[in-house]
Structure formats: structure tokens, C-alpha cells
Design a protein around this ligand. Structure first.
Ligand code: COA
Ligand code: AMP
Length: 625
């Protein structure tokens, strides 16, 4: 069916549309209502239904003829090793790990934090939690102890699953000291930690609290899948919010399984048995949806890659993986392609490999610059799809749905709304903008299955952050426009979130850390344009009166503080000392004007500015650097 027909079918009868899609999932108990809209804005999909996400991702494929098909290929460029798990093997290992997690005292509805590098045990841990109805919350390995502590306090996990170390090209990252520090900082203490000892570094275990993963799991019995309500939470995934405190996005079981399975077929045009590779990290939503759940729900082989697009060992890394595992569809962030293009502009490394298995490349996580899109199209000769979504939605909002119709590509646009999403561009009065006019991008409620249910134990913030701005609409916090053909162009965030190498960071959170330095009176952080990472944070510091220390030392200390408290993932490496910050007469820092000056873009002097001369001072400091 074409894109237009499918979109119209969804619009005409959304509940019937999703009921049909839900037939592709195995249910323990059928739902009573496709959409329970009795308590808006808390819409619930497939109310009354019961299922198990792990059963749908693993067991049913084993039972239906895929037992010997590869479910997971772990390819580590960091350790130069490859490990393949068939569906039967993965099911068995997950069942036993689930037994071990249960032995830790974890039951249905309990939270488990997973703080792990890109190893197969991380995927198994997520699925094992799902198997027993526990709620997992994966924390990205590049976050520091403080960020982990914040998430421990919010999710209140009974157990933490972690590893001795992660592997980055330039260093071995010791995870265990970070975990110990986080538990020390946190007011909530998990009962137990299960620690995977990797050969590169052995961690010290705390007696009675920590267990060695292999020993502990070896003693456990496998357990079966526990049916859970479709509306029970499957996971919490924290993402940057404007307040500096991360928001715990809550995903359900039923809607999530239905939406992801549908998207594999109709957005990504993937068939069961195909090899699907999302080159991301299990700590991000892309990893949740398209390394773990989506491909496995669909009976695909998923690739888990521990490595980088360049430097592990060279810019041919992606082509090697595609060739070696016969990858059919690749999904990554534009920054990965910018990194490859920068090191190998003529794609000469690609000629060493046979990449003919590849049918399409999907890019998301940040705005895809037309240059990178067209370069990828040229070197690969397959459709390159820029698609737009968020941690909150869990699956694409706007895309070129290759499984329906391959729409003509307009570089700079993620194409058209995916069935399920009624996307509008509104002005501040709540009226729809005309084609080409920029406004707030919103989605009409109810959101489709698979999108966030609420924020973990914070219904109020859920409503305030997403639903209060425009009655009846979900605020995406992205600005952009629709053209006359209905293509959506995402231009920028409307809050203080910046996008660094496809990672979402709050400048407010970075400012919070800098402001705690004893010599800093006030500060501002903006996203500076960066050729590789899209944006990188740049700090402006005003020192307290009378501080005599060398500015360079203070800048170094501030950079170190952000690394220690937020983590290396913030890529915070630049800060400048200035005498004053430009502000409005009411005292609001003019961050967007500072950003324009830093990006060397033309800017208008805001009418509300307190003292226009400060802008010249900022420009002078930037020019002198
Ligand atoms: N654990 C610990 N540290 C980590 C980490 C992890 N899981 N992941 C990244 N880091 C560290 C890196 O080592 C680096 O530290 P450094 O400052 O000491 O060099 C820092 O965090 C920044 O990492 P990264 O953003 O990966 O930048 P990079 O300069 O090392 O590599 C790219 C640049 C473009 C190659 C890299 O960002 C990349 O591969 N991006 C792919 C996009 C992607 O996966 N996006 C996810 C959403 S789809
Ligand atoms: P995250 O929640 O980390 O996935 O980040 C989501 C944000 O990344 C969105 O709100 C956008 O600001 C940005 N983003 C993701 N994909 C795209 C895209 N294809 N084009 C433009 N911006 C994107």
C-alpha cells in the first residue's frame, strides 16, 4: 500500500489501524480497548491486554522456526572479536540471566539500572528484565558518577547490572569506580550489583553487595516469560531536560512492541531474517529501539558494534562490518558519516569491501546537513533516509517510509509524517503556520503507540513540559516548517538542549556544574557549530571580583569539573573568560545572540539588551582566541 493510502487509512480509523498492526505481536491476553482515552492526556494503548516483550523478541521466533538463525552478532572492533548468538542461544542465556536477576530479589515492576558498555550482556540484561516484568533503565557509559547517581535516586533500582570496564580507542574506561562513586553519592542504595568482569580490567567487588556476573548466573535456573499488562512500563530512559535534571521517559510494553514491529516493516523496509545494524549505543533510544527491540521483535539479525566509525582501525570500519555480516540496512547518526567523510573523502576504504548487501541507510539523532546526505547517497548508491524522532517518541515521527513508498528526497528535510503522527507547525497564538513559515513543531494528541506514557513518577512535569504549551498537542521542542508538499524541515531546538554528535545535552546542566566553581560568578553555555559533531558546548565565564588566579587554570578546572560531573560525552573542551554577559534589562542572558557571535553569523542587537557594548566585548574575546 502506498504512503498516501496508508496515512489516510490511519487518519480515518486510527484504532482499527493499530489493532491490525497489533496482530503481528503475540498476546497472552487480548486487549479490551485499543485506546483507553478515559483519562486524557494519559492515553493508554491496548488496555486490558497482556504480553511479554522478551517472549515476542526471542521465544516465539525459536518456536516458529528461527531457533538456529543468528539473533545477535556482537562485533567488537575494540577487541577484534566477533560472537554470534542464535535465537535459541540468546533465549537460553537471557532466561538464565533472568533467573539470576530474580535471585537478586528483583520482581515485576522493580527497577534495574544497566550501566554497561556495548557487550552482548547489555542486550541480554535488558531482555532478561523484560522477561520477568522488571523495568530496566540503561545509563549510557559516557556519563559520570554524578549523572548515574541522579538516575539511581530517581529510578530507585533494586539492582544495578554493570561491567568492570568499557573500551574507548584511547583508554580503558573503568566503570566500577564510577558505579561505586555513584552509589556513594546516591541517597537510594541498590541492594545488589552484578558485575561483568572483562579481561581488560578486573574490578574489585564489594562483599555482600556485588556478585561476579558469570559465577552468579551459572548458579541460576532459567525462568519463563511473565505476562505483563500492555500498559505496564518496560523501561525508563533518562534524557536531558531543560532543568538540568534528566527526564525519565517511561515506555510501555504493548504499544512499544506494536509500533516497533510496524516500523521495521514499513519505515525501514526490513523483512524477518534480514540483517539490521544500528550503529549507536544501547544507552540511547536508538539502541533501545533499533539495536535491541525492533530487530528482534521482527525476527531479524541485529548487529551490536563496539567501536567507532573511524580510528577502529580506520574509516573503512563500517564497510568491513557491512561486508562481514551482510548488513541489509544501516542506521546511524550523520556525525558518523561526517567523521568518515572527513578522513576518507573519496571513500577509498570502501573499495576494499563488498557492500552490495546494503539496501538503505537511515540517519537520525541530529539535523543531517545536505552535504553529508548527498555524499552518502553518492558513495553508497542506495536510498539515504534522514528521519526525525526523539527519545520521547521511541520511533520515527517524520521519515521517508521505504516500506510504503520511497518519496522523492528533499535534502534538509526528514520527509513526511509517519502514519500515527499528525504533525503541525504552530505560531505562538496556536494557529497553524503557512508553508515555509517556521514555528513550533507539535503532534496532535493522542500520540501513537510506543511513545512516552509519562515521566517516571512525575506526571506533573510530563504535562508541564510537553502538553501545556498548546492545548491538545504534544510539544516536540523542535522548531521548523512544512513546505507546500507537506515535507517537514526540522531547524533547531526551542529549549536549551544542544546536540553534540547526535547526543542530546542540556546547556543548563553544564552551566550548573560550572557555576559551582568557587571562582566563577556566573556563566553561560552555548552550542558552537562544529563540522564533525554538529555542535559542541562553549562556555563563557565571568569570574568573581578580586579573583587573581590565571584564567587558563580556571578554564582547565572548569573543563575537568564538567568531565567529572557530567561525563566525557559532554565534549566540553572550550571556555572563555569574559568581563560580563549580555543580558536583557530583566536580567535574562542572551544566549542565542552569544551563539550567533560565536558561530560568526550575522546578528541583530536585541532591543531589550541592557548594554549593547557587551556584544563587542564578547566578539573581541572570541577573535583573540
Ligand atoms: N563510555 C565512556 N566514554 C565514552 C563513551 C562510553 N560509552 N562513549 C564516548 N565516550 C567518551 C569518548 O571516549 C570521548 O572522550 P574523550 O573526550 O576522552 O576523547 C568523549 O566521550 C566524546 O565521545 P564521542 O562523542 O564518541 O566523540 P569522539 O570524538 O570520540 O568520536 C565520533 C566522534 C563522531 C566518531 C563519534 O561521536 C561517533 O561515532 N558518533 C556516532 C554517533 C552515535 O553513535 N550517535 C548516537 C545516537 S544515534
Ligand atoms: P534524542 O532524544 O536524543 O534522540 O534527540 C532528539 C532530538 O534530536 C530532536 O528533538 C531533534 O532536536 C534532534 N534530531 C533528531 N533527529 C533529527 C533529524 N533527523 N533532523 C533534525 N533534528 C533531529
Amino acid at each position: 500500500m502506498s504512503y498516501e493510502t496508508t496515512y489516510a487509512k490511519w487518519q480515518t480509523d486510527p484504532q482499527n489501524f493499530w489493532a491490525e498492526a497489533a496482530r503481528a505481536i503475540d498476546w497472552d491476553k487480548p486487549w479490551q480497548q485499543v485506546l483507553d482515552d478515559s483519562n486524557p492526556p494519559f492515553y493508554r494503548w491496548f488496555a486490558g491486554g497482556e504480553l511479554n516483550s522478551c517472549y515476542n523478541a526471542l521465544d516465539r521466533h525459536v518456536e516458529n522456526g528461527r531457533a538456529d538463525q543468528a539473533a545477535l552478532i556482537y562485533d567488537s572492533a575494540m577487541t577484534d572479536s566477533i560472537q554470534t548468538f542464535t535465537y535459541a542461544q540468546l533465549r537460553d542465556q537471557v532466561a538464565q540471566l533472568a533467573g539470576a536477576i530474580r535471585n537478586l530479589g528483583v520482581g515485576k515492576g522493580d527497577r534495574v539500572i544497566i550501566y554497561m558498555p556495548m557487550v552482548p550482556e547489555a542486550v541480554m540484561a535488558m531482555l532478561a528484565c523484560a522477561r520477568i516484568g522488571a523495568i530496566h533503565s540503561v545509563v549510557f557509559g559516557g556519563f559520570a558518577a554524578n549523572e548515574l547517581a541522579t538516575r539511581i535516586n530517581d529510578a530507585k533500582p533494586k539492582a544495578v547490572l554493570s561491567a568492570s570496564c568499557g573500551l574507548e580507542p584511547n583508554r580503558v574506561v573503568a566503570y566500577k569506580p564510577l558505579l561505586d562513586k555513584a552509589i556513594e553519592l546516591a541517597t537510594h542504595k541498590p541492594d545488589h550489583c552484578l558485575i561483568l568482569q572483562r579481561p581488560q580490567l578486573t574490578a574489585d567487588l564489594t562483599p555482600n553487595r556485588d556478585y561476579d556476573w558469570h559465577d552468579y548466573v551459572a548458579q541460576a535456573e532459567p525462568v519463563a516469560c511473565v505476562p505483563v499488562a500492555a500498559t505496564d512500563p518496560l523501561y525508563i530512559l533518562y534524557t536531558s531536560g531543560t532543568t538540568g535534571v534528566p527526564k525519565g521517559i517511561v515506555r510501555d510494553n504493548g504499544g512499544h512492541a506494536v509500533a516497533l514491529k510496524w516500523s521495521m516493516e514499513y519505515v525501514y523496509n526490513v523483512k524477518p531474517g534480514d540483517v539490521y545494524w544500528a550503529a549507536s549505543d544501547v544507552g540511547w533510544v536508538v539502541g533501545h529501539s533499533y539495536i535491541v527491540y525492533g530487530p528482534l521483535l521482527h525476527g531479524c539479525t541485529t548487529v551490536l558494534y563496539e567501536g567507532k566509525p573511524v580510528g577502529t582501525p580506520d574509516p573503512g570500519a563500517f564497510w568491513r562490518v557491512v561486508d562481514q555480516h551482510q548488513v541489509n540496512v544501516l542506521f546511524t547518526a550523520p556525525t558518523a558519516f561526517r567523521a568518515i567523510k572527513r578522513e576518507d573523502p573519496n571513500a577509498t576504504y570502501m573499495t576494499k569491501y563488498d557492500v552490495s548487501s546494503l539496501r538503505a541507510l537511515f540517519l537520525a539523532g541530529e539535523r543531517c546537513d545536505p552535504d553529508t546526505l548527498q555524499w552518502a547517497e553518492r558513495i553508497l548508491g542506495v536510498p539515504v533516509v534522514d528521519h526525525w524522532w526523539q527519545t520521547e517518541t521511541g520511533w520515527p515521527i517524520v521519515a521517508n517510509p521505504l516500506g510504503l513508498t520511497q518519496l522523492p528526497v528533499k535534502p534538509g528535510s526528514a520527509s513526511k509524517p509517519v502514519p500515527g503522527y499528525d504533525v503541525r507547525v504552530l505560531n505562538l497564538d496556536g494557529d497553524e503556520q503557512r508553508p515555509g513559515e517556521i514555528g513550533d513543531i507539535v503532534v496532535k494528541l493522542p500520540l501513537p503507540p510506543g511513545t512516552l506514557m509519562t515521566l517516571w513518577q512525575n506526571d506533573r512535569l510530563f504535562q508541564n513540559a510537553y502538553l501545556r504549551s498548546y492545548e491538545g498537542y504534544y510539544l516536540t521542542a523542535d522548531a521548523g516548517y512544512k513546505d507546500e508538499d507537506g515535507y517537514i524541515f526540522i531547524m533547531s531546538r526551542t529549549d536549551d538542549i544542544i546536540n553534540v554528535a547526535g547526543h542530546r545535552l542540556s546547556t543548563g546542566a553544564i552551566e550548573g556544574v560550572i557555576a559551582a566553581h568557587p571562582d566563577v560568578a556566573e556563566c553561560a553555555v552555548v552550542g558552537l557549530k562544529d563540522e564533525l559533531k554538529g555542535e559542541v558546548p562553549l562556555g563563557f565565564l565571568v569570574l568573581k571580583a578580586g579573583v587573581q588566579r590565571a584564567e587558563a587554570d580556571i578554564v582547565q578546572e572548569v573543563i575537568q569539573l564538567v568531565r567529572e560531573q557530567i561525563g566525557p560525552v559532554a565534549s566540553f573542551k572550550q571556555a572563555r573568560v569574559v568581563q560580563r554577559l549580555p543580558k536583557t534589562r530583566s536580567g535574562k542572558v542572551l544566549r542565542s545572540t552569544i551563539k550567533k557571535i560565536a558561530d560568526r553569523e550575522a546578528y541583530r542587537v536585541p532591543a531589550t539588551i541592557d548594554d549593547p557594548a557587551i556584544l563587542d566585548e564578547i566578539a573581541a574575546v572570541l577573535n583573540s582566541a
